[in-house]
Ligand binder design. Structure first.
Ligand SMILES: Cc1ncc(COP(=O)(O)O)c(C=O)c1O
Length: 479
């Protein structure tokens, strides 16, 4: 693509992006299409001859843009809502034009040093001591897997890096601990690391969905007595269903006593720690050996961007560093990012995080997170005040779990579940908002979460009105 053609096309793409972000609220959050609909519109084979960019952009506008689920929609209130903010999108675009592969300092001096710098900014912003060093990965799932690999590497005498796990009679069952509310990425890490699902202990949670620390203590003690080898405890700060925070300080004390690595999954709530009042809810975070937080969840940075903080980066490096001849360089004292994980090639993710942090400033980030929490608290209060509804968990941040309890189904939990499932389908089918669900103690629960910069009080109000209306409709239909 000749430079002048690129320039003109880039201006048009910028217009497409700006128009999209300005008008995204006019779409239904979830496109009303059936599986296969997009594929049916696409040619089955690649074009033999090249095409002009005009036709490609026209097809993007016609076929792609309307048929995504609009995570940038102000009515997106499902899962953990996220934002591709203006500065973040620009960071992505600029990183794409540089197309740097920062596997080594030599192959990406500024990306390497910017990554070190913004991770350290984030460390300070969320209140961690200076010994923590951050590395950017694609997702929390990968960050957690890497942290557990470092934890395993710290165990003396196992030599798993060299000898692997297969056929070894000298190895006790390596065991990982997490609450019954922990994210499935812990299980997936256990699969990938050869620890195995059966060796992930699901520690029960209390009434407020926090890990029962005493149950953890007992599990560690009993497992050791039975000859198992605890590798790590994964505590969660902001669980996926309810955003509960495990008692980090108490768990850290138990881990220290038992000599076990503590990894904290703060994928969601880590961002809230830029506000001192929310950092206080994660008391003890600073005692962890490793922590993951996702700026792509609640720090307005486009997917993907996950930061893994480790107290002793040397362990991560020892677990993974392997330098073939063609990657040897002569610099001394330089960080080579490839040494801190499985992947060699690396996207320049720190650029967008740098632009987000500079554009909003910590004050701006705090104000926006506080406004999300405030909107969620208003929603929670509405649920609490509404007969025929109940809140199903504390809401410490911007996520509210609730359900309808219609009078005619008061004594029939299974029918209540079916009612709420239908209610969610009705609400989401309407178009302007999108909520999600979970199960708590076996009961079907609706979940509303706020994390998008474009969400205003009126969108949350609209969601509540819709919930009330559709619930009334279903009650009248004796749904
Ligand atoms: C608490 C928690 N941890 C980890 C993850 C996984 O995040 P990722 O998609 O970055 O792997 C999620 C996803 O929502 C989550 O809620």
């Amino acid at each position: 693509m000749p430079p002048e053609e690129f320039r003109a096309a880039a201006h048009r793409a910028a217009d497409l992006m700006a128009d999209y972000l300005q008008g995204v609220g006019a779409y239904d959050v979830v496109p009303k299409i059936a599986p296969g609909a997009v594929r049916a519109e696409l040619p089955a084979s690649p074009p033999e001859q090249g095409e002009g960019i005009d036709g490609i952009l026209a097809d993007y506008k016609r076929l792609i843009e309307p048929n995504v689920t609009h995570w940038n929609h102000p009515g997106f209130l499902a899962y953990f809502a996220i934002t591709g903010s203006g500065p973040g999108v620009l960071g992505e675009a600029l990183a794409a034009s540089l197309n740097v592969n920062a596997m080594l300092w030599r192959t990406g001096p500024a990306p390497t040093e910017l990554e070190e710098t913004v991770c350290d900014w984030l460390r300070q912003a969320i209140g961690l001591p200076p010994e923590f060093a951050g590395h950017i990965n694609d997702t929390a799932s990968i960050s957690t897997m890497l942290a557990l690999a470092a934890a395993r590497h710290r165990l003396p005498g196992l030599q798993i890096r060299e000898r692997g796990l297969a056929g070894r009679r000298d190895l006790a069952a390596l065991t990982v601990y997490a609450s019954d509310q922990a994210h499935s990425s812990v299980d997936k890490a256990a699969i990938a690391l050869g620890i195995g699902l059966e060796n992930v202990r699901k520690v029960p949670s209390d009434k407020r969905f926090r890990m029962d620390a005493q149950a953890l203590r007992v599990a560690l003690r009993d497992d050791r007595a039975a000859g198992r080898l605890p590798v790590a405890v994964v505590a969660t700060a902001g669980t996926t269903s309810t955003t509960s925070v495990d008692p980090l300080r108490e768990i850290a004390g138990i881990c220290a006593e038992a000599g076990v690595w503590l990894h904290v999954d703060a994928a969601y709530a880590g961002s809230a720690c830029v506000c001192p009042e929310f950092r206080a809810l994660l008391d003890g975070l600073e005692c962890a050996d490793s922590i993951v937080t996702n700026p792509h969840k609640w720090l307005f940075t486009p997917v993907d961007c996950s930061v893994l903080f480790v107290r002793d980066p040397k362990l991560l490096r020892e677990a993974f560093s392997l330098v073939p001849e063609y990657l040897r360089t002569s610099e001394t004292g330089a960080t080579n990012l490839m040494d801190y994980g499985v992947q060699l090639g690396r996207r320049f993710r720190s650029l967008k995080l740098w632009m987000v942090m500079r554009y909003f400033g910590l004050e701006g980030l705090r104000a926006r997170i506080r406004s999300h929490v405030a909107m969620a608290q208003v929603f929670a209060a509405r649920v609490d005040a509404e007969p025929g509804f109940e809140r199903c968990a504390p809401a410490p941040f911007s996520t509210v779990c609730f359900r309808a309890v219609p009078e005619h189904l008061r004594h029939d939990p299974a029918a209540q579940d079916a009612f709420n499932e239908k209610l969610l389908a009705e609400v989401n089918a309407a178009g302007p908002v999108f909520l999600s669900h979970t199960k708590l103690r076996g009961r079907y629960v609706l979940r509303l979460t706020i994390g998008n910069l474009r969400t205003e009080a009126r969108h949350v109000d609209a969601a509540w009105e819709l919930v009330l209306k559709r619930a009334e409709f279903l009650r009248n239909a004796k749904g």
